[in-house]
Design a protein. Structure first.
Lengths: 394, 335
């Protein structure tokens, strides 16, 4: 057990801090998930790449820095401290699309895709869920028929964030028509500009416009785009989901340590329930803030431990669901407390990318209990795969 | 940065765990009255194994490990709901060693002199003399009392204090309540010399962390074995998801106590805050997990013949040792 940073790591932190101070965009990310926000996200990703900060722990041969996960963690800590923008449309590619490729793809696939992701040139989305395959992902039906050296894809995906602006997709298909459940699935890289794909945006309760559904009508995808083997898609998808539930959203976890300080700051400034003193002077509010700050500090420690565990096992395991569950719970509780601190000011909608965007963040926080598997699915994974409790498959 | 114990640290913990399982297995005690907190022979064995002096330097009779190894020892003591005045013994040994009272440190480390733990009620005065209202645990056979706050820690003769036993909820740890009124310390240190409060918070948290993990394991075993409606009750989400939450509490508590132990050991900035958070969270984890254990064990969990109540009682005591929940939260967000 050790928390000391090496001289190299400390120098790295200083370098990161200095660069972020000079380069974090002064303007707020544009509202509305449209062309303006896409351009913003891509430009910011490109700036990080040009500065040498994209893919810190990704292999150097594919455009990354080839540094340690501890250095990646240092980057996230400094990133949160600098109040740098949300990753936006680059989320899927950077946080689990690219890492899945690093773990499972061929050299050729990696050489083609990873540098594009790091430069912000290629936007990725996820194509796992379907209308009849949500929590029950293995029930998916979108089919891929092998035709020569191509897969011909027909079906529908849903809850695909950024499908409306994506270039590529992590697409999970049923390629063996006689198969069921976890067998006969294939994980393939789908070019979202292919003929036969129709994307329909789905608006969300927080005025977001990134959510989509996608329809596939005999879309032809080269078999060379398959990651892993045809029929082995479930195991590749589990790699993706372990990342999505674990260390893949480390930036978001570390960011909560800044959000709670912002919330405490709000409570020090905002007039409290008695209409005279600040919120922080109220015992109940002060203790609730302290409870949240304590639990967020614990989440930070859990993240450190998860990183150490991954370093030893070489891959994220089901323990990531503990991070996902704690993170989602804390994000929601912070957002609800913000609504109480604001009092009547909570009636005003403010977009979540603005510094005072607490109502937008509160509305967005409902997603934290759903994305990457609902709270209920995370608890089932912890119960069965971490604790070894019996499954009910009757 | 590495928040996983090393192989050597795991080995120390495994040895302690095996010893406790053999000498002091956790059991429901029924109506059997407690006569002593720990068998004197077992206490002697533990002292001989170096448990009281694990983190004390060799010049003062200790083993010379650090706070992380002590933390792992205390996690096992909590896991085993062990009797014995280990926490006050270790704290008093650090006070004595820090104050240069080597002979006193040696006799505490050797297990010859037993110490009780005083938790201040309201602000104490701790220095060369001590004045404090205190809640006291581990009175059995104790000659000394150790008290600490954020500024200092001191050891005073127990017979100079005005402490009366109480009929405690946790009946296996002799507990009392009373006052220390201007009693000269036999040894004392300020927090800058030796951060005894932070150490107490980490080690108290470690016990609660072990308890939270142990009661989770007992409950998971029960949920996998107990059959109702033709299936183990653990297949039901109502049970499985409760266990999952208990697992998150246990994992969070251990992660934080690891972080805090290193932060205090290495005197990192914010170490005291990390230790306070570790204590607060581990106490909550121990309480929530032992409550879950009673519920998931059903009527059996309500009895004093099964084990869940042992964890409920001990968690209740641990949360009231060293510092109160409210005082810890006030450290986290000062007003």
């Amino acid at each position: 057990v050790d928390l000391t940073f090496t001289a190299e790591e400390t120098a790295f932190r200083d370098e990161v801090r200095e660069w972020l101070a000079d380069h974090v965009p002064a303007e707020t990310r544009p509202d509305g998930d449209g062309p303006d926000s896409l351009a913003f996200d891509k430009a910011w990703q490109r700036a990080q790449y040009d500065g040498g900060w994209a893919g810190i722990s990704w292999p150097a041969e594919y455009g990354g820095r080839g540094l340690s996960t501890v250095q990646q963690l240092i980057w996230y800590e400094e990133y949160a401290r600098a109040n740098a923008p949300w990753i936006g449309a680059c989320f899927v590619g950077i946080n689990h699309g690219g890492p899945t490729l690093i773990a499972r793809a061929t050299d050729e696939q990696k050489a083609f895709h990873l540098p594009k992701i790091l430069r912000g040139d290629a936007i990725w989305c996820q194509g796992f869920s379907e209308p009849e395959a949500g929590s029950d992902l293995a029930n998916l039906r979108t089919r891929g028929v092998v035709d020569g050296d191509e897969l011909v894809v027909t079906g529908q995906k849903i809850w695909t964030s950024f499908a409306n602006m994506a270039d590529y997709q992590e697409l999970l298909l049923r390629t063996d028509p006689g198969s069921s459940r976890h067998k006969g699935l294939t994980w393939v890289i789908c070019d979202m500009h292919s003929p036969g794909i129709t994307v329909r945006p789905i608006t969300t309760l927080d005025r977001g416009a990134e959510f989509c559904e996608a329809f596939y009508d005999e879309v032809r995808i080269p078999i060379s785009n398959v990651v892993g083997d045809v029929g082995d898609g479930w195991s590749v998808a589990m790699s993706t989901l372990s990342l999505e539930r674990g260390t893949g959203f480390m930036a978001e976890i570390i960011d909560t340590t800044q959000t709670i300080e912002d919330l405490i700051g709000l409570a020090r400034e905002h007039v409290g329930p008695d209409g005279r003193r600040t919120v922080i002077a109220d015992d109940e509010f002060a203790r609730r803030l302290a409870t949240l700050k304590a639990e967020i500090t614990v989440l930070r420690s859990m993240a450190y431990r998860a990183i150490a565990r991954n370093e030893r096992t070489g891959q994220p395991g089901p323990e990531g669901s503990m991070l996902r569950l704690s993170y989602g719970n804390l994000v929601q509780r912070m957002a609800r407390l913000a609504m109480e601190i604001l009092g009547p000011d909570a009636l005003v909608f403010v977009d979540r990318f603005r510094r005072d965007g607490w109502t937008g963040r509160w509305l967005r926080s409902f997603a934290a209990g759903l994305g990457g598997g609902t709270f209920e699915i995370q608890r089932t994974i912890i119960g069965e795969r971490v604790l070894g409790l019996p499954r009910d498959r009757s | 940065v590495d928040l996983m114990p090393t192989a050597e640290q795991d080995e120390i913990a495994a040895t302690v765990r095996a010893f406790l399982a053999d000498r002091m297995p956790v059991a429901g005690l029924g109506r059997q009255p407690m006569t002593t907190e720990i068998d004197p022979g077992v206490w002697r064995e533990c002292a001989d194994l170096g448990w009281v002096g694990l983190g004390i330097n060799e010049a003062s009779g200790g083993v010379g490990y650090g706070l992380v190894e002590e933390m792992l020892l205390f996690r096992e003591l909590g896991r085993g709901v062990a009797g014995g005045p280990f926490l006050p013994g270790v704290l008093a040994a650090h006070v004595a060693a820090g104050a240069g009272a080597t002979d006193l440190a040696r006799s505490i480390v050797a297990g010859d002199v037993r110490v009780a733990l005083g938790t201040p009620i309201g602000p104490p005065l701790i220095g060369s003399t001590v004045t404090a209202e205190v809640s006291v645990a581990h009175l059995d056979g104790a000659e000394l009392l150790v008290v600490c706050d954020g500024g200092a820690a001191a050891v005073v003769p127990l017979d100079a204090c005005d402490v009366a036993p109480i009929d405690a909820v946790e009946g296996t740890v002799p507990t009392g309540r009373g006052a220390v009124r201007g009693v000269p310390a036999v040894a004392w240190v300020d927090a800058a010399t030796s951060p005894v409060l932070d150490r107490a918070l980490v080690l108290g948290a470690a016990m609660a962390t072990g308890l939270a993990a142990a009661v989770l394991a007992v409950t998971v075993t029960h949920a996998g074995n107990r059959v109702q409606f033709g299936k183990p009750i653990g297949v039901n989400q109502a049970i499985k998801h409760w266990c999952a939450d208990m697992a998150v509490h246990a994992e969070g508590a251990f992660a934080q106590v690891c972080y805090a132990a290193v932060a205090v050991r290495d005197a990192l900035p914010g170490a005291g805050l990390e230790a306070a958070i570790a204590k607060y969270f581990a106490d909550e984890a121990a309480r929530l997990n032992s409550e879950g254990a009673v519920q998931i064990h059903g009527a059996l969990g309500y009895t004093s013949e099964a084990v869940p109540y042992r964890y409920v009682h001990r968690a209740h005591l641990l949360a009231r040792c060293v510092a109160s929940r409210a005082s810890l939260l006030d450290l986290v967000v000062p007003r």
